[in-house]
Design a protein around this ligand. Structure first.
Ligand SMILES: Cc1ncc(COP(=O)(O)O)c(C=O)c1O
Ligand SMILES: Nc1c(O)cccc1C(=O)C[C@H](N)C(=O)O
Length: 416
């Protein structure tokens, strides 16, 4: 059995040998805080404040409306979309940034069902993030006779064997937002295509955390947010990917004037722009887009395979810490041990998850919880260290041993 000292040694050695350690300097992380909630809100990249100051002071303040042309505001959704595309394995011209993930999901699901007329089933994961489930229902309600089928990823193949010819699209996330389990995106996409249906992926918990291969897997549509592993800030614009082969037929449900072929001709009727530009909707949130663009510079010269390798080392080490220090106290890991099935956060189960999360925050360890009983520890290989994870585990152990937490369940209201 590993001794407590050897956990410290192992953490120190892994951190000392970490080639990505200098990347933490690209963030303005507060002193004395161990931040393990970047899977919900990424921290502030150092490049963002000067970029925002320039966007406000010079571009908006001085150049005013000329900025739409002179400072590249009009092209920002497509330019930033391409930058995100590089992180998710998408060639240029297939990704657009803007709006919220929820709006982009509505667009993706609406467009996917329109691309498969005559197929009345929309498959989603019963464990999917709520907005994905609600929007699948919303899209189905708008199509006569369309039905949402809630099929866990593990049951997709047998479901498609029986009903595949009636399925328009399968809408999944490769990462379970509660447990951090990673599903096999390649196999699920392939199974979906064998049935003649379209694969729609929500990559909120994957983009920026691991290499993704949207083009190579022939994914049809994908969305993701800008505020988790992309570190674009609270409410950062989301993004939509649509494979080039679908562009000409892409019929998006929100046909705003920014997606028109000639937006400034102010035509009476809508004609979609060629390419991914037709997925633009209305005037984009320029300040947020420019903050996101600056945040994405963090990834310049970063090899996503190296990032993923470090992320796996961090989550593996944290699971070892949990085995040694926490399981004996009744805190049980629920995230899979198999690295192929583990994404960017680790979830531990304890009936007083809410009180423990608050007690850790008082000790400078920021995590979050998902009701009723999951503590989520988000690692981000851009800045998290093995030593921080060990320190977090030790704090949690101390809090539980000393019963230094409030066992009351959370009050209603937002629990981040
Ligand atoms: C998988 C997933 N999809 C969507 C969202 C959120 O959507 P939105 O950015 O519209 O709030 C989240 C988290 O908030 C998420 O985890
Ligand atoms: N999007 C969030 C928000 O606006 C407030 C608080 C938390 C969030 C989240 O990102 C939740 C997150 N998607 C989750 O995995 O639970």
């Amino acid at each position: 059995m590993t001794t407590a000292t050897s956990l410290e040694d192992r953490a120190a050695r892994a951190d000392a040998e970490d080639p990505l350690a200098p990347l933490a300097g690209r963030f303005l992380l507060p002193e004395g805080v161990i931040y393990l909630d970047g899977n919900s809100l990424g921290p502030l990249p150092a490049a963002v404040p000067p970029a925002l100051a320039d966007a406000v002071g010079r571009q908006w303040g001085t150049d005013l409306i000329n900025s739409w042309n002179d400072n590249g505001w009009w092209q920002a959704p497509l330019r930033i979309g391409d930058t995100i595309g590089r992180l998710v394995g998408a060639a240029p011209g297939q990704t657009v940034a803007g709006d919220s993930t929820s709006v982009q999901l509505f667009t993706a699901l609406g467009a996917a069902t329109a691309l498969r007329p005559g197929r009345p089933l929309l498959v989603t994961d019963p464990g999917h993030f709520p907005t994905d489930r609600y929007l699948a229902d919303a899209v189905a309600r708008r199509h006569d006779g369309m039905e949402v089928c809630r099929v866990p990823p593990a049951d997709l193949e047998p479901f498609l064997a029986g009903h595949g010819s009636r399925v328009a699209a399968v809408s999944y996330s490769p990462v379970d937002f509660r447990t951090g389990e990673l599903y096999d995106m390649a196999a699920l996409t392939e199974a979906t295509h064998r049935a003649g249906a379209l694969a729609v992926w929500d990559l909120c918990h994957a983009a920026g955390a691991m290499p993704l291969r949207l083009d190579a897997l022939e994914v049809d549509l994908a969305v993701g947010c800008g505020y988790k592993f992309l570190n674009g800030g609270p409410g950062a614009p989301a993004w939509l990917y649509a494979a080039r082969r679908h562009h000409d037929a892409l019929d998006t449900p929100l046909t705003g004037w920014n997606g028109h072929a000639h937006p400034f001709a102010m035509h009476r009727d809508y004609t979609p722009a060629p390419g991914i530009a037709r997925a633009r909707i209305g005037t984009p949130p320029i300040l947020s887009l420019l903050a996101l663009e600056a945040a994405l510079t963090v990834f310049e010269d970063v090899d996503l395979s190296e990032l993923r390798a470090k992320s796996l080392s961090l989550t593996d080490f944290f699971l070892t810490c949990a085995d040694e220090l926490l399981t004996p106290l009744g805190i049980t890991p629920v995230t899979p041990r198999d690295p192929a099935r583990r994404a960017g956060h680790v979830a531990l189960r304890h009936p007083h998850a809410h009180g423990l999360t608050r007690a850790l925050a008082d000790r400078g360890v920021v995590i979050d919880m998902r009701a009723p009983d999951l503590l989520r520890f988000g690692v981000n290989a851009l800045y998290t260290t093995h030593t921080e994870l060990l320190t977090a585990a030790r704090h949690l152990r101390a809090v539980v041993r000393e019963s230094a937490y409030d066992p009351a369940p959370p009050r209603s209201g937002p629990v981040t």
